[in-house]
Design a binder for this molecule. Structure first.
Ligand code: NAD
Length: 497
C-alpha cells in the first residue's frame, strides 16, 4: 500500500512540473503556501536544485493553528488505545517504505544511503511505535496521607504544541518530537528544517494514508526566521520542543519565555571522547571512527575532541589515522562511508575552521581538503575526514561546535586533567569514556558535566532513558517518561478524607 502511494506522489508531481514541489500538510490536506512563494531545495551531493518547498508565512501558520485548535478537543478525548493504534499504523507505513525513505533522506541530506537504511529510517519508525506503546503504560502518582487526604496526579495534554527540528537527522529527530506530543493527546504544528524537508513531506503522505484525523498533525515548511519564529511567537502554542543550534535556541528561549511557554531545548555539543591506555583497543578504534565521522560528523553526539592518555598518544595517532585513510568518500547513493556535508555554506564554515587550525600551527594528520567526486557528484559538497593535532584545549577548534568531519586530538596525563579538558567548554551534551577500570569509569561519570555518558560505547540508545544536555547544550530532557511529562501538564487533585 505505502510504497506505490508515495512513488505515485513523487512521480506524479515530477510529471507536472520540475523541480518537484513539496507541500505543507495542514488540516489533513497538502497545500501550497498561501503567499505563492517557494524556496529551492538543493541536493548536497550534486549542488543542484531538485525540489522546492513552501516559503510559509504567518498566514500559513494561522491556518495550521486553526486546524490544530479545532482538532484538539477530539484528539485529547480519544482513548489512548485508539491514538496508539493510529500511530502504530504510521510506524508500519514507515517500515514498509523504508527503502524509499532512506533514498529520499540520502538525497536530501547527503548522508550515505546505507546509514539512512540502518539508522535514520528504522529509528523514525521506532520513535513512533515506542511512544504509541509507552502511552498505554503511562501511570500517574498518588500521595496518600493516612486519615487525612488522598492526592492523585492527572497528566493532561497541553493543547497545541510546536516541534522544530534540524537537518542532520531529519526524519529521526522530527518523529522523536512529534511522537510523544501526539501520544500524550496534544495536537501539533511541526516545522522541519528547510535544508532537509523531503522526508517530512513524505511523512505527511503516510499520516494521511494511516488515517490520522485532520488537524492533529500539521507540517509547515519554510525558513526558521520566518515560519519558525511565527510558530514560536504564536500565543496559542503552549509548548515548544526544539532541536538545533545553540544560537537559535537562545532566540527561541527569548521569544517564548515572556509568554511562559514550556520549553525543551536540545542544542549543540562539543563532546569529549576520553581514551585511557587500558581500554579495549580494537573496540575503541572501531567505535571512535564512527563517533568521529558518522553522518560526516554531523551528529550532535559525535565525539569531536579526542582526549588520549599520553602513554598511548603516539600509538593512537598512528592506528587511528591509518583507519581514517581507509574511509570511502563518494556518491551517497552508493556504498560509501562518507557522503556530502549538508550545504555549501556549511562546507565553507568547516573549511574555515580547518584553515584557522593551519594558521594556528596545528598539524593536519590526515584530510583537510574538499574532495572532487567525479561524475554526477562533481559539484557536491564533499570533505575529507580530518584529524588535527597540536592545538590547545582553549582554542576555537576545541571550544566551538564545528559539526563536520573534523576531530582534534589532545593528550592528558592525569584523570583530573582529562576531566578539566572534557568539562572545559560551554557545552555539555555527551561524553564517552574508554577504560577497563570500572571504578574510574563510575567516578568520572559522576564528575563529567554532561547529560549523557557512554562507557566503552557510543550512541547506544535505549529510548526509555533521559536524553539531553547541560550548560549550552540545552534545557530539559527527551526520551521515555521525560518526554511524556514534557508534553503533559501535571494537575494534583486533593480529596480530604
Ligand atoms: P538551526 O538552529 O539552524 O535550525 C534548527 C531548526 O530551527 C530549523 O528547522 C530552523 O529552520 C529553525 N529555526 C531557525 N531559526 C529559528 C527561529 N528564529 N525560530 C524558530 N525556529 C528557527 O540548527 P541546524 O543547523 O538545523 O542543526 C544543527 C544544530 O543542531 C547543531 O548545533 C547540532 O548540535 C544541533 N543538534 C542538537 C541535537 C541534540 O539533541 N542536542 C540533535 C541534533 C542536532
Amino acid at each position: 500500500m505505502g510504497a506505490p502511494f508515495l512513488f505515485w506522489v513523487l512521480r506524479g508531481m515530477a510529471d507536472i512540473a520540475l523541480p518537484m514541489k513539496l507541500l505543507n500538510y495542514i488540516n489533513g490536506q497538502l497545500n501550497e503556501p498561501l503567499s505563492g512563494k517557494w524556496l529551492n531545495n538543493i541536493e548536497p551531493a550534486t549542488g543542484l536544485v531538485y525540489s522546492q518547498i513552501p516559503d510559509s508565512t504567518a498566514e500559513d501558520l494561522q491556518a495550521a493553528m486553526e486546524a490544530a485548535s479545532a482538532a484538539y478537543p477530539a484528539w485529547a478525548a480519544t482513548e489512548a488505545a485508539e491514538r496508539s493504534r493510529i500511530m502504530l499504523r504510521i510506524a508500519h507505513l514507515i517500515e514498509e517504505n523504508l527503502e524509499l525513505l532512506a533514498q529520499a533522506e540520502s538525497q536530501d541530506n547527503g548522508k550515505p544511503v546505507g546509514l539512512a537504511r540502518v539508522m535514520d529510517i528504522p529509528r523514525a519508525a521506532a520513535n513512533i511505535s515506542f511512544f504509541a506503546t509507552a502511552i498505554l503504560h503511562q501511570n500517574t502518582e498518588t500521595h496518600y496521607n493516612q486519615g487525612h487526604s488522598l492526592n492523585y496526579t492527572l497528566r493532561q495534554p497541553i493543547g497545541v504544541v510546536g516541534c522544530i527540528s534540524p537537518w542532520n537527522l531529519p526524519l529521526y529527530l522530527f518523529t522523536w518530537k512529534i511522537a510523544p506530543a501526539l501520544a500524550a493527546g496534544n495536537t501539533v504544528i511541526a516545522k522541519p528544517s528547510e535544508i532537509t524537508p523531503l522526508t517530512a513531506f513524505l511523512f505527511s503522505q503516510l499520516c494521511i494514508e494511516a488515517g490520522l484525523p485532520a488537524g492533529v498533525l500539521n507540517i509547515v515548511h519554510g525558513r526558521g526566521g520566518q515560519i519558525g519564529q511565527a510558530l514560536t511567537e504564536h500565543p496559542k502554542v503552549k509548548a515548544i520542543s526544539f532541536t538545533g543550534g545553540t544560537a537559535t535556541g537562545k532566540v527561541i528561549a527569548a521569544t517564548a519565555a515572556p509568554m511562559f511557554k514550556k520549553l525543551s531545548l536540545e542544542l549543540g555539543g562539543k563532546n569529549p571522547n576520553i581514551i585511557f591506555a587500558d581500554c579495549d583497543w580494537e573496540d575503541m578504534l572501531n567505535t571512535t571512527i564512527r563517533s568521529s565521522f558518522a553522518n560526516q560528523g554531523q551528529i550532535c553526539l559525535c565525539g569531536s575532541r579526542i582526549i588520549v592518555e599520553r602513554s598511548v598518544y603516539e600509538r593512537f595517532k598512528t592506528d587511528f589515522v591509518a583507519r581514517v585513510k581507509q574511509l570511502r568518500i563518494g556518491d551517497p547513493s552508493e556504498d560509501v562511508n562518507i557522503g556530502a556535508v549538508v550545504s555549501e555554506p556549511h562546507m565553507n564554515k568547516i573549511l574555515g575552521y580547518i584553515e584557522s587550525a593551519r594558521q594556528q600551527g596545528a598539524q593536519i594528520l590526515t584530510g583537510g581538503n574538499r574532495v572532487q567526486v567525479p561524475g554526477r557528484c562533481a559539484n557536491g559538497y564533499f570533505l575529507e575526514p580530518t584529524v588535527i593535532d597540536g592545538l590547545g584545549a582553549d582554542c576555537n577548534l576545541n571550544q566551538e561546535e564545528i559539526f563536520g568531519p573534523v576531530v582534534t586530538i589532545i593528550a592528558f596525563d592525569t584523570v583530573e586533567e582529562a576531566l578539566d579538558i572534557a568539562n572545559g567548554t560551554p557545552y555539555g551534551l555527551a561524553a564517552t569514556l574508554w577504560t577497563q577500570n570500572l571504578t574510574r569509569a563510575h567516578q568520572m561519570a559522576e564528575k563529567l558535566d554532561s547529560g549523557i555518558v557512554w562507557v566503552n560505547c557510543w550512541l547506544v540508545r535505549d529510548l526509555r532513558t533521559p536524553f539531553g544536555g547541560v550548560k549550552q547544550s540545552g534545557v530539559g530532557r527527551e526520551g521515555g517518561w521525560e518526554a511524556l511529562k514534557f508534553f503533559t501538564e501535571a494537575k494534583n487533585v486533593c480529596i480530604k478524607l
